[in-house]
Design a protein around this ligand. Structure first.
Ligand code: ADP
Ligand code: MG
Length: 267
């Protein structure tokens, strides 16, 4: 499959535990299964995406950190994974990138510049942002064409969403005028309760944020997968994996000219 140009999607929410990393890994694996060439970028110093794709951050000698500070060429840092996505890995070194980058002019553009060197090799680039709105997330949003916000449908999902949307607006005004907010990805969704729907409608009304179709249900498989360093998508047919495949298909069709499908909340 080919798209006319590389599509770069950032997955961002400064709240931890909302399934940013799970969403990045799952959409990436689902697209790769359809023979889309995918690069995933781990921008979190915790390296959870790197770990979940089968690479131990503690064993790596170079990472996205070296790329951002200009010490390594991006092509020399990329890793293959069993999920058939290419990974730009993170290590704990990245925790120091915030401080190092802060002293540099054009610091928000470091990832964008690096990705430009390899983008022609990929149909899709997915950026897993860290749980903060610092210079790393600014790099992710500056390098992206589009951004989605995973929202946990359980408690206080709206906390911080306003701040994130303000950051996106500032990025649109300053470093990336073409950045498009696609909407929310509803995660840990429980269709059996009205609570999930109430949380979602509250957030989407409050911030006029569309919810992408479909929501991602809670499933125990995800916790098992991320703890074992194996992808949630591999070899398993659970409802979470199916939902991520449908979401990946929705995104893929939108990149090929369709309108992105949104989830209609029934209250
Ligand atoms: P973030 O990157 O936003 O911090 P993660 O993707 O690491 O969030 O997810 C946080 C935790 O929630 C992980 O333990 C993950 O396995 C679990 N999780 C994510 N999505 C689901 C899901 N649909 N069902 C059950 N657990 C999930
Ligand atoms: Mg994460």
């Amino acid at each position: 499959m080919v798209v006319a140009m590389t599509r770069t999607l950032a997955i961002a929410n400064q709240k931890g535990g909302v399934a940013k990393t799970t969403t990045t890994a799952s959409i990436g694996a689902a697209l790769a299964d359809e023979d889309v060439s995918v690069l995933v970028v781990d921008l979190d110093p915790q390296g959870c995406l790197t770990f979940s794709l089968g690479h131990d951050p503690d064993q790596l000698t170079k990472s996205v950190h070296d790329v951002l500070i200009g010490a390594e060429d991006i092509a020399d840092v990329l890793l293959d994974t069993d999920d058939n996505v290419t990974l730009l890995p993170a290590t704990i070194d990245l925790a120091g990138a915030e401080a190092l980058l802060l002293m540099r002019p054009g610091r928000e553009y470091a990832l964008k510049r690096a990705l430009a060197e390899v983008a022609q090799d990929y149909d899709v680039v997915l950026i897993d942002c860290p749980p903060s709105l610092g210079v790393l997330t600014l790099n992710g949003l500056t390098a992206a064409d589009e951004v989605v916000v995973p929202l946990q449908c359980e408690t206080l999902a709206h906390r911080g969403v306003g701040q994130l949307l303000r950051t996106v607006t500032e990025v649109q005004q300053i470093t990336n005028p073409d950045l498009k907010m696609l909407g929310a990805v509803a995660t840990l969704f429980d269709a059996r309760t009205t609570h999930s729907r109430d949380v979602l409608s509250d957030v989407s009304d409050r911030y006029a944020l569309p919810v992408l179709d479909p929501p991602i249900p809670r499933t125990v498989r995800f916790a098992e997968a991320s703890a074992s360093g194996a992808s949630v998508m591999r070899g398993r047919k659970n409802k979470g994996a199916t939902a991520y495949r449908d979401l990946a298909d929705n995104l893929w069709q939108s990149w090929n000219g369709a309108d992105v499908r949104t989830y209609e909340l029934e209250i």
